[in-house]
Design a protein around this ligand. Structure first.
Ligand code: 13P
Length: 253
């Protein structure tokens, strides 16, 4: 059975002190036990916090993730952080293809494929984001947009490599806007994505793929969204910056 996951994407928020405090609060709440033993908790703090936070969380219960990584393995790439560097400080998953990185940093499918491959080669898991902007949904091409994002990167992987992938569907119009997709809209897209995977890698691989929803997900709406059969958790931005609120989402399962 595939795992449910609730992942907190802290984005460019918190300094080290604040971030460490938040991680410790989340750790303490997770230690009390979760409602559902099949739910995994992931946190993705900024790069500068990773090594420190890794020393202060129960690594059996919380998976440390990064928000990005370099597209090259090592070398003269000033300002970049490699997957090996992340791995060495306890990182086990990397968010890739977030709409903010696609829109503001020009991350193309070509770049994302290099990153996804490096992450997998190093034994980590990519949390691969896809999703349409509002104009694309309004012109009714959202399914095609998501299909192209997934096919151009994930469907070029081998079946073996694909097994490590976690997918996050994040409609861009719902990110940070307070305007969440309805549970039906999320389910519709998640079911569509799962069908694409059936076509490419088969029913078992599709059934084993965790597909997260992201975009204005909060403790108050998570239960309804997570109740849908193809929604296996959430990728949470703003609401992951308050420990009780984040755990409220985790315990929506
Ligand atoms: P919000 O939860 O703040 O809408 O952000 C979602 C997101 O982009 C997570 O990656």
């Amino acid at each position: 059975m595939r795992k449910n996951i609730v992942a907190g994407n802290w984005k460019m928020n918190t300094d080290l002190q604040e971030g460490l405090k938040l991680a410790k609060e989340i750790n303490a709440l997770v230690a009390k036990g979760l409602n559902d033993s099949n739910t995994g908790v992931v946190i993705a703090p900024p790069y500068t916090h990773l090594a420190t936070i890794n020393e202060h969380i129960d690594r059996e219960k919380i998976c440390l993730a990064a928000q990005n990584c370099a597209a090259e393995a090592k070398g003269a790439y000033t300002g970049e952080v490699s997957v090996q560097m992340l791995k060495a400080v306890g990182v086990r998953a990397v968010i890739l293809g977030h709409s903010e990185r696609r829109a503001y940093y020009g991350e193309t499918s070509e770049i994302l494929l290099k990153k996804v491959k490096l992450v997998i080669e190093n034994g980590l898991k990519p949390i691969f984001c896809c999703g349409e902007v509002l104009a694309e949904r309004e012109s009714n091409i959202h399914f095609n947009v998501v299909k192209e994002q997934i096919e151009s990167v994930l469907f070029t992987l081998s079946a073996e490599d694909y097994k490590r992938v976690i997918i996050a569907y994040e409609p861009v119009w719902a990110i940070g806007t307070g305007k969440t997709a309805s549970a039906e809209q999320a389910q519709e897209m998640h079911a569509f994505i799962r069908q694409l995977i059936v076509g490419k890698f088969g029913a078992e691989a599709a059934n084993n793929t965790t597909i997260l929803y992201g975009g204005s997900c909060k403790a108050s709406n998570a239960k309804e969204i997570f109740s849908k059969p193809d929604v296996d958790g959430g990728l949470i931005g703003g609401a992951s910056l308050v420990a009780e609120e984040f755990l409220g989402i985790v315990n929506a399962f």
